[in-house]
Each structure stands twice: as C-alpha cells, then as structure tokens.
Ligand binder design. Structure first.
Ligand SMILES: [Zn+2]
Length: 116
C-alpha cells in the first residue's frame, strides 16, 4: 500500500488496510500529498476494525464482546454459528467463508442473532 508518512497524521487518512484515503484510495505518487490535512488529534497508527472483530497476525478475527465471561465464551463455541458454521435453530450451514460474517441471521429459518 503506497501510503506516505504524512498519511498517519492526515484528517483524510482512512485508517483502513485496503484504502489509503477517500481522496486517493490508491495512494499518491512521491512523498507529498496535495490534499494533506493535518489532524492535530492524530493517534498512533491503528488498523481499522469493525466492531466485535480484531486483527490477529494480520487477519481479521471476529470476537465475542469483551464483557462476556470466559465461561460464556466457551459456551458460545458449542452453538454459535460464528464457531460452528451452522444455524443453532434449523442447522442450516452458513457459507464456507462464514468466519468473515458480521451478522448471523439465518436466511433459512429466520433465526436472529442477538448474542453478539
Ligand atoms: Zn436457521
């Protein structure tokens, strides 16, 4: 990703691993950007993360919310489609790339996920 040093403290920087910014999605040539807007509140580089997920070894991993106890998280492993790949109500299998999902509502039986 052809990000330049300025990007980290630029208001327009998207903080998204797949996009440099909204103005120059693919980055700019050289090491200066005409559209640079200094962000005085800029924080250290951080990967953009959807809620309930985090980066682990460069891969986006969905996680149960932190407020859950370790015990509750273990229970989740047994039934939640995030881990089993199946609808807990009708057993329908989610698509193969199910680990990338954020919403788990079942298209077959209408089961709604309100757990995460
Ligand atoms: Zn279902």
């Amino acid at each position: 990703m052809p990000k330049i040093p300025q990007c980290d403290r630029c208001l327009l920087y998207s903080h998204n691993p797949y996009l440099v910014c909204a103005v120059h999605p693919d980055g700019v040539d050289g090491d200066k950007c005409l559209d640079f807007r200094e962000d005085l509140n800029a924080e250290p580089v951080e990967l953009w993360q959807p809620e309930g997920a985090s980066y682990y070894n460069g891969e986006l991993i969905l996680q149960p919310r932190q407020r859950w106890t370790a015990e509750q998280q273990l229970e989740l492993l047994d039934w939640h489609p995030m881990f089993t790949g199946k609808c807990p109500q009708c057993g329908a299998e989610y698509e193969r790339d199910y680990t990338a999902r954020v919403h788990w509502d079942c298209p077959d039986c209408g089961w709604m996920d309100d757990s995460v």
